[in-house]
Design a protein. Structure first.
Length: 357
């Protein structure tokens, strides 16, 4: 293109248009030639590069080619115009403005390209998380992606200011002082934000887990940036700040492989010693028909105020609360049925009054 420009300048400068007319015709020729080159690049070379990208295993080249293919023609026109303007003798201010326009265009396209890469890897992480668990809450991944994109925009803005001749050192220092003031003002929000990062990376619980927080219990429905929503057993939604969740003890029953159950029952004081001894065997026989339960022990525990008390401990081989209740019901019905057949009476609160004559 340099040979063509020299030839046009030599030919036109000798003509009736003079050197100024030659400059503008050269500008027009270079502008049209640049557009033709860019058009050829977009139609033929990009198509060829697409075919090569399909054969490669990496996705970065596909993203790059796809991004270049999506660049609008107005961007090509701006670039071609500014390149062609270098053939003109322009005022210093105009030349400076055109250089700024070119810089802004290039930086803008660069930021959009980095945004495509960030979006790709964000979606990849989301798909990976959902592949392991379809109920996985991916809100934080999306937020981290948007934060990374925002940081790219901030860095690009500082780069432009630096090239515009603005001293960004003092600006950054001022922003640092202002950032400290904002951090103090938004202290509680930032604590919740960083707590959400802790929850995401440490994973003490996840969506669908049954947890107990102090006196509250329920199933995790959503883990947000500032708070976590829990569906309680009573039906209402409990909203808890992430800061509170990371600073207190939490019982996570979803992590439990098996559940240890302890329950008591009592029989009447009038029950004979023979029947008391048989109760241990009766309870063990009942547990033989319970699939999910493994009996640990049965003991005649103590003499109560109105009953002879027994203590039973067993392990439930599931963390499902409904299955636990179904199993406990089956055990209770089994014990009650066998006691009725053996003539053993279950105790209930009674009071005997002795009247002295």
């Amino acid at each position: 293109m340099g040979v063509i420009t020299d030839y046009i300048n030599k030919y036109l400068s000798a003509g009736i248009l003079g050197s100024i007319g030659a400059e503008y015709l050269t500008f027009l020729g270079v502008f049209i030639a640049s557009l033709i080159v860019l058009k050829i690049f977009k139609i033929y070379i990009i198509s060829y590069l697409k075919k090569l990208a399909r054969k490669s295993k990496t996705k970065l080249d596909d993203i790059t080619i796809s991004f270049i293919d999506k660049i609008k023609w107005k961007s090509y026109v701006v670039i071609a115009f500014i390149i062609s303007s270098k053939t003109l003798t322009l005022h210093a201010l105009v030349d400076k403005v055109l250089n700024y326009v070119l810089l802004i265009t290039v930086v803008y396209l660069g930021v959009k390209f980095l945004g495509e890469i960030i979006n790709h890897y964000t979606e990849k992480q989301i798909q990976r998380a959902l592949k392991g668990n379809e109920d996985e809450d991916t809100t934080l991944i999306s937020v981290l992606g948007r934060m990374a994109y925002a940081i790219v925009w901030i860095l690009a803005f500082l780069l432009l200011l630096s090239n515009f001749g603005i001293n960004i050192t003092s600006l950054i220092a001022g922003l640092g002082i202002g950032g400290i003031a904002i951090a103090f003002a938004l202290q509680s929000i930032l604590q919740d934000l960083f707590s959400s990062f802790t929850i995401y990376f440490d994973k003490p619980f996840k969506k669908g887990d049954f947890i107990i927080i102090g006196s509250d219990m329920g199933v995790i429905k959503h883990i947000g940036i500032k708070s976590t929503r829990v569906q309680t057993l009573q039906g209402q939604e409990l909203v808890v700040s992430n800061r509170e969740l990371t600073s207190t003890r939490i019982n996570n029953y979803k992590k439990m492989q098996k559940r240890r159950i302890l329950f008591n029952f009592g029989v009447e004081y009038g029950t004979s010693t023979k029947k008391l001894k048989a109760i241990n065997t009766i309870v063990r026989d009942v547990f033989k028909n319970i699939k999910l339960a493994t009996l640990d022990r049965v003991h005649f525990k103590d003499f109560g105020d109105f009953s002879l008390n027994y203590e039973v401990v067993y392990y439930l081989n599931t963390n499902d609360y409904n299955k636990y209740m179904d199993t406990q019901e089956q055990i209770n019905l089994g014990i009650k049925d066998r006691f009725e057949k053996q003539g053993i009476e279950m105790a209930f609160p009674t009071q005997t009054i002795h009247v002295k004559k």
